[in-house]
Design a protein around this ligand. Structure first.
Ligand SMILES: [Zn+2]
Length: 459
């Protein structure tokens, strides 16, 4: 993600939720959270999702969504009940392996109780039928508005960090990745843009069009999108041969060509720097919704209401490697996404001969010791201020400091090895430090500690 305007650093009260659900005392009930202490209710325990089949019918005029989501998962314990995350919307029916299940709701937790216990390791399928008017999440702190956001002609869907639950039931935390199929029915004339590639031609019937998209590579829930509206499209391949799809709301038609060309050039260039492009297609979507930010939705970065420049395109496409192919297990490690994507902006300027990464680093290093960035250690992103500038800029400075310490050859080999070793998987800060020390043969504990974990300007 990258803000297109200066984010206001609002102080939000950190609300601590005490107490536990009555279900928690039963040993065969999956936990209501996946185990991220900063977001205790996000995701769920007791199972691991392999695949989501999200089928929605959306009517922009009434902002009404009718959905059927089928989830294929493997139990990681015996389960007499388990939770899904779902915000708002009315649940009509749930089946588990085809048999009716009972369910209850408390806040954004949907508890499903199958007819019989699901055994540990068993693969099961849960089908949820639901409908209603999706409501995006409006965070009083720095997270802003996110999730499924209605627009004049459709919807703008950008869900980081935990807004997938505003439009489909899910294990809504990056620690659980899965493949996705999307079946999206909209009124004729509306285009539906989801992740991955189109699976067959759109089908028209009764004044409606049904689009099918498939993301065959693992994806975290916050990157799932079904951005809907009137779009001009440009489709082809990058010079390097990667399928490329650019889409722009008619209001941003003048940026369609540059989005298409720049996305192609950036994708091909990053493949030479970070290693092979991890997904089946690249591109981007510009919608006329003034979100004030862009989000790196897998295969289809989404730009909210502005003409994206090269720098932000370089950022969002770098995320396809760092954040999307390699995903964090805990939100506190967000610098592994945003520090890398921000450093990619500096590398892009360097590549184009505009400004060296060293010069960008030096500009930030001039900030006085009492600048708020130095008080916020980026290696531990805070839940109420996840997208702090420190996570981005000081995260990028950490990588530049590392580059200076180990040399260009080792640094770029390290970045490629990092992307290759954890392709489609999960990463932690400790793993990165360990790899950096192993590949450089240097003791780097002090460097990482000063840059990532100390609440002061590194000397
Ligand atoms: Zn970002």
């Amino acid at each position: 993600m990258r803000s297109n305007r200066r984010r206001l650093a609002a102080l939000a009260a950190l609300v601590t939720v005490f107490g536990c659900s009555s279900a928690a005392s039963e040993p065969m009930v999956g936990a209501p959270g996946i185990g991220d202490p900063d977001f205790p209710k996000d995701g769920n325990g007791g199972y691991d999702v392999a695949h989501y089949d999200v089928a929605i019918d959306y009517t922009p005029a009434g902002k009404r969504l009718v959905g059927v989501t089928t989830i294929r998962a493997a139990a990681t314990q015996d389960l007499s009940a388990f939770n899904l995350d779902l915000a708002g919307l009315n649940v009509h029916a749930i089946t588990v392996d085809g048999a009716s299940a009972t369910f209850s709701r408390q806040g954004d937790e949907l508890t499903v109780r199958p007819a019989g216990t699901i055994a540990d390791d068993a693969v099961f399928s849960v089908k949820v039928s639901y409908s209603g008017v999706p409501k995006p999440i409006k965070d009083a702190g720095s997270l802003g508005t996110y999730g499924f956001m209605p627009t004049g002609d459709g919807a703008f869907v950008a869900a980081e960090p935990n807004g997938a639950k505003t439009w489909f039931p899910s294990n809504d935390h990056p620690a659980d990745k899965a493949t996705f199929d999307f079946t999206i029915t909209v009124p004729a004339g509306v285009t539906a843009l989801a992740n991955g590639e189109m699976a067959g031609r759109p089908a028209c019937s009764g004044g409606k069009t049904t689009y099918r998209w498939r993301e065959r590579h693992p994806m975290v829930t916050y990157l799932a999108t079904a951005t809907l509206g009137k779009f001009e499209l440009r489709e082809g391949r990058t010079p390097g041969g990667i399928p490329n799809l650019a889409a722009a709301d008619p209001r941003f038609k003048s940026s369609l060509d540059s989005l298409y060309k720049t996305s192609a050039e950036v994708t091909d260039h990053w493949a030479t720097v970070f290693g092979p492009y991890p997904f089946g297609s690249t591109g981007g979507v510009i919608d006329d919704f003034a979100a004030g930010y862009a989000l790196e939705n897998q295969t289809k970065p989404l730009y909210g209401g502005f003409h994206p420049d090269e720098s932000i395109i370089a950022h969002e496409l770098a995320h396809q490697w760092f954040g999307n192919s390699l995903s964090i297990k805990l939100w506190k490690d967000l610098w592994l996404n945003e520090g890398f994507a921000t450093y990619a902006e500096w590398l892009w300027a360097e590549h184009k001969g505009r400004k060296t990464a060293q010069a960008t680093f030096d500009d930030y290093a001039k900030r006085p010791a009492d600048d708020p960035m130095w008080a916020y250690p980026p290696g531990r992103a805070r839940p109420h201020d996840l997208f702090s500038q420190s996570v981005y800029v000081r995260g990028a400075m950490t990588l530049h400091a590392l580059r200076k310490a180990v040399g260009d050859q080792t640094f770029f080999a390290l970045v490629r090895t990092w992307a290759a070793d954890h392709r489609y998987g999960h990463v932690t800060t400790d793993q990165f430090i360990e790899l950096a020390e192993r590949m450089s043969g240097k003791e780097l504990g002090a460097l990482f500690d000063a840059w990532l974990f100390q609440p002061r300007k590194p000397s």
